[in-house]
Design a protein. Structure first.
Length: 334
């Protein structure tokens, strides 16, 4: 029996030492990898001062109106890599990194519907983008876009919502509310996992087993941007603030006759998303329409080539409707 306890104690000590080694190795490797990433990746856009911190914004293309892309939860600008270049061939288009995500500095403040809208508005003005704007939002970005329209209605001439979050989705006690509660501990562990280098390792392994449908260089940049402590902390804060932002966004704006397209992925609807909520969003405008994109998942509608091409076409359709309306107004003035 004494021999058994000695062996058990040795095993415990070995395991503890191994754990310490893995932690130290992870921290050292993460410091090295973060420094390597800073040297390897340089943002192509510009930084704008917003309340004493830098917000990153990337605008390309020409012509009016300007399309503004609002990402889903925790999404940096690099995830628009499938769509922004296609849009830029036809129109001016801007993507940006919200508070703490991607290249933007973090404020360490809770996120609110009003702050999201104000930050984006200040970033656009600081970048010299005066509008008018066609606002495009994916996932929670759809809800944030509607908040922006509520705050700055005269600057928005059209809206496209891609797999948008409806504020009622996360009503307390519902399925998605429970899913959110289960996911929160994972988000809260993110900053610690980032420091230890384990978040980077997890995304690296996921990329090898099931890579995002983006070029290898873009995927590598995404891993670099999404696995930093800053990004993990920002994603945690966004996740923690989600329910309060939904409550703040409960009263959806009246878009009057602004062109509006709401796109849902067929796969997303098959997984149980209530289609009635999307149809309700399409009725926010007298010129609104809800469409279902075949073979599109929640993320695939912006990431996978075929569904993303449908999304691009929908955005350009709204842009075309806005331009046609502007030409009609000009002829009436003449």
């Amino acid at each position: 029996m004494r021999r058994f306890w000695k062996m058990l104690w040795r095993a415990v000590k070995f395991t503890a030492k191994l754990g310490v080694v893995l932690v130290v190795f992870g921290i050292v490797y993460e410091m090295y990898a973060a420094r390597r990433d800073r040297e390897a990746y340089q943002p192509p856009g510009k930084f704008v001062n917003v309340s004493g911190r830098r917000i990153y914004i990337y605008c390309v293309g020409h012509s009016s109106p300007t399309v503004v892309l609002e990402s889903g939860l925790g999404g940096p600008t690099v995830l628009w890599g499938q769509m922004q270049p296609q849009l830029a061939q036809k129109i001016r288009v801007c993507s940006y990194d919200r508070d703490g995500l991607g290249w933007s500095d973090e404020s360490h403040q809770p996120r609110t519907a009003g702050r999201y809208a104000s930050d984006l508005h200040t970033a656009l003005l600081g970048a010299g983008e005066a509008g008018p704007f066609v606002m495009v939002g994916h996932s929670i970005g759809g809800m944030l876009v509607l908040n922006f329209v509520e705050a700055y209605p005269n600057e928005v001439v059209g809206v496209v919502l891609l797999e948008p979050t409806h504020p009622a989705q996360f009503a307390e006690g519902g399925d998605q509310w429970h899913d959110h509660q289960k996911a929160l501990p994972i988000f809260r562990a993110g900053p610690t996992l980032a420091i230890l280098g384990w978040l980077r390792g997890a995304l690296w392994a996921t990329d090898k087993l099931k890579p995002l449908p983006l070029p290898a260089a873009t995927r590598a940049e995404y891993i670099a941007l999404a696995t930093s402590y800053k990004a993990a902390n920002a994603m945690k804060t966004e996740a923690e603030s989600l329910l309060s932002v939904c409550r703040d966004s409960a009263n959806l704006p009246n878009l009057e006759d602004k062109p509006l397209l709401v796109l849902s992925g067929a796969k997303s609807l098959e997984e149980g998303f209530p289609v009635l909520l999307r149809e309700q969003m399409a009725k926010l405008s007298t010129k609104g329409e809800h469409r279902i994109v075949p073979n599109a998942s929640h993320s695939g509608i912006v990431l996978k080539p075929e569904p993303a091409a449908v999304s691009v076409a929908a955005i350009l359709e709204v842009v075309g409707a806005v331009q046609s309306r502007e030409r009609t107004a000009e002829r009436k003035v003449e």
